[in-house]
Design a protein around this ligand. Sequence first.
Ligand SMILES: Cc1cc2nc3c(=O)[nH]c(=O)nc-3n(C[C@H](O)[C@H](O)[C@H](O)COP(=O)(O)OP(=O)(O)OC[C@H]3O[C@@H](n4cnc5c(N)ncnc54)[C@H](O)[C@@H]3O)c2cc1C
Length: 412
Amino acid sequence: MIQSNQNAPFTVLIVGGGIGGLTLAHFVRKAGWRAQVIEKRPLAEMLSGPGGIFIQLNGLSALRQLDEGRLAEALYAQGGSVLAGGFHREDGSPLYLNDPEFVGRQDLGVCISRADLQQLLYRDLGPEVVFPGSGLAHFEQDEGGVRVQLEDGTVLSGDMLVGADGLWSRVRTILEERARPAAPEYSGYCCWRGLFSVPDRQILPENSSWAEYWGFGLRFGWFHVGGDRYSFYAFKNTEQGGADEGSSLAGLRTLFGDYAAPVPAILDALEGETIYRDDICDRPPIKGPWGKGRATLIGDAAHPVQPNIGQGACQAIEDGFELVQALRAGMTAGQTVAEALRAIEEQRSKRVTRVFKVSRQVGELAQSDTRWGVFARNQLYRLMPNWLGDLQFRWLFDYEAEWRSDKLLPKA
Ligand SMILES: Cc1cc2nc3c(=O)[nH]c(=O)nc-3n(C[C@H](O)[C@H](O)[C@H](O)COP(=O)(O)OP(=O)(O)OC[C@H]3O[C@@H](n4cnc5c(N)ncnc54)[C@H](O)[C@@H]3O)c2cc1C
């Protein structure tokens, strides 16, 4: 049965202080339990990140359950609401335009710089909850609980362990009894991203808060992240492990300099800004439960996906919310921690497998690099009615998180 160690509050050890780990810590505390987040990076690094991120309606629905909606409101205050926008050909002609009105909403979510998001998530947790600067080295568990050893020798114990430690998860590696993490699957394309400033929107089209431009094996996108700040990203089909020779911006100018406005002006606005380059990878989903005993995984540690539908972090947020709901329900029903964890992993695996597949499909279309592939893709998007495009993603956006009172928790 789920109960606490030695009369201390039920303690959840969380490995990783990214979006998934920090959000989970909030849900754990809302349940009245203790959260301890182990983060290998120093605090300043943990509170930063490349470019911006789109938190969609499903992720926001879960975040709204925290602090009576104030955390979600803070995201809107700091970031930029996702309003009208669309996909275009490289010459600027529209392929698919979207507007929150089509789905009867005020907006489609919020875009925010990763640094701002990390800082907002950290703000109410602080040093009592988050221990940065030393990574998880090892963990062991028995019927009584979990003990972790950090790289600096610190030992912590708790009632359960959650690996929220990303694509190269150490927790997953230990669960899979490997010496080193298995290699993820390379998507075939790399990504550049970063932030830029545009005072008074000068170079950007009116009435849109984001746009993406599709070429041959190339994509360029931008979105508003609040105030005068914007985020850009660019994808290119290329070999794995590539690096920029010389300046990244010069390379981007060669690839996208002849794209429609505002792309060349955005490239000018990137002068002097930091540009990050990464290979894009995912991992085929694990069928069924992915944890063992009192240990589980959430977010990219469990199910990393390609970024084409902007759902990786949103799923990590959903994971945290659903995990805590399942544990609360399990406590009411007299389940063990392991039983509650296996049940929620099974439940989540169906949804995240669908996200994984759709993310790959969209990536294959969007990164088309043959004449026929690009023609077929452009026709498909140009002819698709908006209502059909929106309908395809309703299963994602219609997710409604609801923090149930203890009395209403379902029997697990
Ligand atoms: C180009 C790009 C664009 C994206 N855009 C979006 C988007 O718009 N919307 C969206 O929802 N998703 C997006 N994503 C996906 C999103 O970034 C990830 O899914 C999300 O960050 C995963 O969060 P996480 O907390 O699971 O893992 P991570 O963010 O990877 O965090 C893991 C944390 O664990 C720490 N860690 C690692 N090992 C250890 C260890 N041994 N001990 C302790 N700590 C450890 C790391 O330092 C890190 O802080 C995008 C991804 C990419 C690559």
